[in-house]
Design a protein around this ligand. Structure first.
Ligand code: FAD
Length: 310
C-alpha cells in the first residue's frame, strides 16, 4: 500500500507529492490530467518569484519537479470512489474508473474545481482571447479597456469592483431582477462611476472578430429587446464548481460542494486530507493551492507517525 496517495495532479497535488516524497514515504499521484486548470491558463504573472510564465510551461515544471522524486505518477486515471478505513490506522481504498483499486494509509484529495460556463455562442471560441474567469489573474490584461462581468452574486460583484479599479469601464450583467451579492458590496459597486449594471438581462452571445472578443449581446428579459455592447473582455462569474461529485456521501462537504477542511487540511475522515480549489479554503489561486498541498502532506506525515497501523 501507499503511505500517501494524492488524488489530483494540479498545483495542490504536485506540491503535496513533493512534500510527501521528501519525507521518504511511499507516495503516489492519481490524476485525470496532470497540471490541472493551469493547462488552460494563458499567462501566469502572480506566482511569486516567477515574474511571468504560461500555463503549459508551468504545468510541465510541476510535473518535472514531482518526477525529480520517487513518486508513482498515474496520469490519465480518474478516481471514482473512496472507501474509508474501517478504523483509524487502517487502509483506505481508492477505486479507479479503469476498474483498479489502490490501497493507502492516507489520502490527499486535490481534485480542484472548474468554472461554470454560461454556454452561449462565442464563449468557447474566445476563451483566453477575451473571455476570462479569474479577475485576480487576468484583470491587468484589460487595463484601460472595456469589460463585462456576467453574474451578480458575490463573486461577480467583487470582480466588478476589482476590475473597475483597473479597466476603463465595467458592465455587470445579471439574469435575476436583483443583485444577489451582500448589501455592502452592492452599495460599493453602485458608488463607482465607471460601472453600468443591467438587471434582468440574459447574455445571448459573446461576439468577436475571429481573433478576439469585440462585444456582448444580451436580451432584456422584461421587454424581450436585444442589445449589443462593444467591449474587449468578458469575465464569467457564475460559480466555481468543486470536483467532488464522486465524494458525495463519503465525507463532509459544504453547501457549495467543497470539502470541509480545518487549518491543517484535515477532512471529516481520519487519514483523509484535502488541499486546493476543491476545499473550503478561501481564494482559489495557484500560490494558495501549492501552500495548501504542502500543508496537507505535512499533516499526512503527522498522522502516519502518530497513528499505529492496524
Ligand atoms: P486543479 O488545478 O483544478 O487540479 C485538479 C487536478 O485533479 C487535475 O489534475 C485534475 O485532472 C484532477 N482530477 C479532478 N477530478 C479527478 C478525479 N476524480 N480523479 C483523478 N483526478 C482528478 N491562478 C493563479 O494563481 N494565477 C493565474 O494566472 C490563474 N489563471 C487562471 C486561468 C484560468 C483560465 C483558470 C481556469 C484558472 C486560473 N487560475 C489562476 C486558478 C488556478 O489555476 C487554480 O487555483 C489552481 O489550478 C488550483 O489548483 P488545484 O491543484 O487545487 O486544482
Amino acid at each position: 500500500p501507499y503511505d500517501v496517495l494524492i488524488v489530483g495532479g494540479g498545483p495542490a497535488g504536485a506540491a503535496a507529492a513533493v512534500y510527501a516524497a521528501r519525507k521518504g514515504i511511499r507516495t503516489g499521484v492519481v490524476a485525470e490530467r496532470f497540471g490541472g486548470q493551469v493547462n488552460d491558463t494563458l499567462s501566469i504573472e502572480n506566482f511569486i518569484s516567477v515574474t511571468e510564465t504560461d500555463g503549459p510551461k508551468f504545468a510541465a515544471a510541476l510535473e518535472a519537479h514531482v518526477k525529480a522524486y520517487d513518486v508513482d505518477i498515474m496520469n490519465l486515471q480518474r478516481a471514482d470512489k473512496l472507501i474509508p478505513a474501517a478504523q483509524a490506522g487502517g487502509l483506505i481504498e481508492l477505486q479507479l474508473a479503469n476498474g483498479g483499486t489502490l490501497k493507502t494509509r492516507t489520502v490527499i484529495l486535490s481534485t480542484g474545481a472548474r468554472w461554470r460556463n454560461v454556454n452561449v455562442p462565442g464563449e468557447q471560441e474566445y476563451k483566453t482571447k477575451g473571455v476570462a474567469y479569474c479577475p485576480h489573474c487576468d484583470g491587468p490584461l484589460f487595463k484601460g479597456k472595456r469589460v463585462a462581468v456576467i453574474g451578480g452574486g458575490n463573486s461577480g460583484v467583487e470582480a466588478a469592483i476589482d476590475l473597475a479599479g483597473v479597466v476603463a469601464h465595467v458592465t455587470l450583467i445579471e439574469f435575476d431582477t436583483k443583485l444577489r451579492a451582500d448589501a455592502v458590496l452592492v452599495t460599493k459597486l453602485q458608488s463607482l462611476p465607471n460601472v453600468t449594471i443591467h438587471l434582468n438581462a440574459q447574455t445571448t452571445e459573446i461576439t468577436g472578430d475571429g481573433q478576439k472578443v469585440n462585444g456582448l449581446s444580451y436580451k432584456d428579459r422584461a421587454t424581450e429587446a436585444s442589445h449589443h455592447i462593444e467591449l474587449e473582455g468578458v469575465f464569467v462569474q457564475i460559480g466555481l464548481v468543486p470536483n467532488t461529485e464522486w465524494l458525495k456521501g463519503t465525507l463532509e462537504l459544504s453547501r457549495h460542494g467543497e470539502i470541509v477542511i480545518d487549518a491543517k487540511g484535515q477532512t471529516s475522515l481520519p487519514g483523509v486530507l484535502a488541499a486546493g480549489d476543491v476545499t473550503t479554503v478561501p481564494y482559489k489561486q495557484i500560490i494558495i493551492a501549492t501552500g495548501e498541498g504542502a500543508k496537507a502532506a505535512l499533516s499526512a506525515f503527522d498522522y502516519l507517525i502518530r497513528t499505529p497501523a492496524v
